[in-house]
Design a protein around this ligand. Sequence first.
Ligand SMILES: Cc1cc2nc3c(=O)[nH]c(=O)nc-3n(C[C@H](O)[C@H](O)[C@H](O)COP(=O)(O)O)c2cc1C
Length: 323
Amino acid sequence: MKIKKLYWSASAIWYIEDDSLFINGVKYPDDIKELFPKFYFMTAKGSCITEILENYRDRDTNAVIMFIEKLKGEKILVNSLDDVNILFSSQNRIYKDMDNSGDAVKASPKEREKFTQSALRRKVADSLFPVELEDIPAGDLINRKSVRNFDSEKKISFHQISSVLSAVREYENKKYLYPSGGGLYPVDIYVFIKENRVENLPQGLYLFIPYENKLAVVDIPEGDFREAHYFSNRDIHEGSAFSVYLVYNAQYSMPKYDGLGYYLGIADGGIISQALTVKAFSEEIGSCIIGEMNFDAVAGYFHLSPMQKYLHCIEFGIEKKGL
Ligand SMILES: Cc1cc2nc3c(=O)[nH]c(=O)nc-3n(C[C@H](O)[C@H](O)[C@H](O)COP(=O)(O)O)c2cc1C
């Protein structure tokens, strides 16, 4: 399904300062400035290209088309849902106005460590007389941890991968082992199998079909997705035996929940991640959730519709011991 209208992304901002036009902080020449604010009003409500050009008949059509293409490339003009990172980026400037400690936290590992400790010991309640609860032992889950060093010599058995994915499959009577907002289960689960790393499964990108408990090939990428990952996550991806990519499918959620459906889908992504990683732990498979990557660099392999939005991924493999 293709959306014909172009929309000004809810996260993109424009303003006039010192008589110049700025879009997301970038200065534009005067001939582009003259298109505003009409250009913004048209695209904020959604307009197709012909409608936009019709409104600028007195302008150089090629220049207007080039401007539109540039904004499309930067995802300022969109014809699909906003990516998760773009969707929430609108909150950055408002948060920074309340608390600008972020630059220091991001710049130094020492500051990050201090920040983590302060997060873990933040004051969560003012009560003077909190009631102490029973001390319940954690059991074997105390040994759960994120694994970032995988043994690339070790293969995952077909039983092990079947077992991990059983945590998110459908059982009889449309029964799932995890809850989902509205019972819609709108997160699609893609599985990337590395070459010679999983028994009986050739290298490739597969889509998990939860109601048939099957993996169907979507594409066969050459090599892995290392370069699409941020520097500190590259070795984790390279070493893993298989990766799971969670993709929100708005088509099966937003008709019922509108924009809130996107949030519910993200919440489902968290629940799925917990289900998969805990199941993997019970199968002695290590895992690490990866919160951010340059998904655009590999999106072509997934053949997504404009209704599908990548959320995050998880790397799985046998832990390399003795490091
Ligand atoms: C949403 C989410 C995103 C994460 N992203 C990353 C990541 O990009 N890279 C990484 O090495 N670990 C990532 N992690 C793992 C956390 O760093 C890890 O869970 C946390 O430090 C606690 O350590 P533990 O899981 O070993 O107990 C992520 C975890 C979650 C839940």
